[in-house]
Design a protein around this ligand. Structure first.
Ligand code: C2E
Ligand code: CA
Ligand code: CA
Ligand code: CA
Length: 281
């Protein structure tokens, strides 16, 4: 065992590593990242357009790698999926985000209770023990179930619509909420959408960002907002960056918005600062 341990540590010596990152490196690195607190969560506010107040936050993972610097989630999430580490990482994200929200809901009762949105990748969504993992996180942190919202991309949902519908029903039994992320990019069958027990559609930022220049995208955003209204779902526009976009979304009657115009994803300290200001947009 000692020999093996030595061989392993040599094999993963960063100095000996080439520039290509193999999945095996990633697995070791990710595990270490969680142990050494290189992974943190940032939180981006989601604003209610009816009263301009913060309704909740989306948790977004950030990896400050000890040797390689910051690695964006667009890089490490797919790698975590390939290696299967997404299960462990996802568990960590969920648990941390729930615990954080309990704290803010306790300290800012005048503004809350806030919802916390947690992203699930396609692989996590098909994980058999997802329901147990969610239950454990709620029970372990004491977060009220209806304060938790899981975000699943439209394409992950549609990959196997029947199985998705079943998983969603199990999740709904826990009384948590579900948001379809990147809506508009994943070719939903509308007939399925109506059978899914979901709460929210989140309009993909590509449509939102191009609304001003591209009449067609403005119509897409309007149509999704109407669809949500008809299905009695909440609708969030993501990627809102300009006052013009905000004005258009208000005119359309979009319920919620998220984007750099309001705030970038923030560290926990900066969320506290923002909440202390009690900002209204
Ligand atoms: P997403 O779920 O669609 O998250 C929204 C992304 O848009 C975030 O990028 C956010 O920082 C960015 N964003 C927010 N507002 C604006 C804006 O006004 N303009 C622009 N240009 N971008 C904006 P981020 O944090 O780099 O995350 C990228 C993707 O990585 C996420 O896309 C999500 O799919 C994935 N991801 C992040 N954290 C997690 C996680 O904990 N678990 C899983 N499974 N996936 C995650
Ligand atoms: Ca998301
Ligand atoms: Ca999105
Ligand atoms: Ca996305």
């Amino acid at each position: 065992a000692k020999e093996l341990g030595k061989a392993r540590s040599v094999a993963f010596d960063p100095a000996m590593r080439g520039t290509t990152v193999t999945p095996l490196d990633v697995e070791t690195d990710l595990r270490r990242a969680l142990e050494r607190h290189e992974m943190v969560l940032n939180y981006q506010p989601i604003v209610s357009l009816s009263d301009g107040r913060i309704r909740g936050f989306e948790a977004l993972a950030r990896w400050h790698h000890a040797e390689r610097g910051d690695i964006p989630p667009s890089e490490f999430i797919p790698l975590a999926e390939e290696t299967g580490m997404i299960v462990e990482l996802g568990q960590w994200v969920l648990r941390n985000a729930c615990a954080q929200m309990v704290e803010w809901n306790r300290d800012f009762t005048d503004q809350g209770p806030f919802e916390i949105s947690v992203n699930l990748s396609g692989r996590q969504f098909t994980q058999l023990d997802l329901v147990r993992m969610v239950t454990n996180s709620l029970e372990g942190t004491g977060l009220q179930a209806n304060c938790l919202k899981l975000e699943i991309t439209e394409s992950a949902l549609m990959e196997n619509a029947q199985r998705s519908a079943q998983m969603l029903r199990h999740l709904k039994e826990l009384d948590i909420k579900v948001c379809v992320d990147d809506f508009g990019t994943g070719y939903s069958s509308l007939s399925y959408l109506h059978t899914f027990p979901i709460d929210t559609l989140k309009i993909d930022k590509s449509f939102v960002q191009d609304m001003g220049r591209n009449r067609h995208n403005l119509e897409i955003v309007r149509t999704i907002a109407l669809l949500a209204q008809n299905l009695r779902l909440d609708v969030i526009a993501e990627g809102v960056e300009t006052p013009e976009q905000l004005a258009q979304l208000r005119a359309i009657g979009c319920g919620y918005a998220q984007g750099f115009l309001f705030s970038r994803p923030l560290t926990t300290e900066n969320v506290r600062r923002l909440l202390a200001e009690n900002r209204v947009w």
